[in-house]
Design a protein around this ligand. Sequence first.
Ligand code: OSB
Ligand code: MG
Length: 366
Amino acid sequence: PKLDRIELITVRLPFVQPFATSVHSWAVKEALLLRIESGGVVGWGECVADPDPYYSYETTQTARHIFKDFLLPQVEAGISFAELGERLRPVRGHGMAKAMLENALLDLVARQRGVPLHELLGWPGRRIQSGISIGIKDSIPELLSAVEEALRRPYHRIKVKIMRGKDVAWLRALRAEFPQIALMADANGDYRIEDAPLLRELDAFNLTMIEQPLSYSDIVQHAALQRELATPLCLDESIHDLDDARAALSLDACRIINIKQGRVGGLLESLRIAAFCHERGVGVWSGGMDETGIGRAFNLHLQAAAGFTLPGDTSETSRYFAEDIVAPGVVLADDGFIEMPTGPGIGVQVLEDRVKRYELERERLS
Ligand code: OSB
Ligand code: MG
């Protein structure tokens, strides 16, 4: 498409409560949005990078730089997604910046054609399973009550963040209280291979998986750890593209992959990773990055694809924000499932007045 107007918009939305990993605690969601316009049709993308490098090396500032100086100049009227992919190949890494661009173009094209995004990607819509990621809490009782509240919604599976010092006893307490629930733990890379004996204690708790126990960049040591554990490992931070997924599965470094479309360069690479894992009988699920309703909608549509058999980090809007920038928000049905949006593009309406209300900065590029 020929783009008539291109804008980068930074928004900051307060979280209803701070979200903490083993690395950092975030009290607000600061996101870089891309708004593109062509012939009166608007497409939106959201970059999942934070303003800080505490999940990934990418930040909102690196994404802005890479987008403006290296990605946007490659976009041309009439270019196919395959051709654009080829043109972006020389740009090493920066999957979050690439995903933001691809998101906006896919949303725009789907809206122009009047089809839902999942259909443009080749998949019929379906209801998807829900899951919640509960951040690090100050005490075990606080964690227990957060889990109890989530089970009442009812979420299909519960993920809790763990870290050194808040692991074995915390999970033991959870299992004692909730013996039957689908439960998993995410360490965001807090442990080292020397911690294998401690991590082996987690085998007692029947977790569906342990996510990213070792370093954010490691694959080989996860393979060594997987040999020591009965619980499946799941990789998140270590997987940036299909090649990383291949490396991880060849080495048996994990038995499950958390695909975040916003981390691996977008939906098209996500579909390649999902297809690769599906052929090998390896489950994948869609992770989240506490996105606004824009990024969350992309994660919903991705889950129409085959291979997304496991519940992901797809939660209700109200668990993140008192007020979001899209309508309608994500809500769980009584059985915990989530409906996929059916309208054109991402299928949710971006509320431009709300975007303005939460806007810190708007940069017009054309
Ligand atoms: O590791 O999956 C993670 C949020 C921010 C950064 C990293 C992670 C997370 C989550 C929450 O676990 C996912 C969500 O609810 O969107
Ligand atoms: Mg994770």
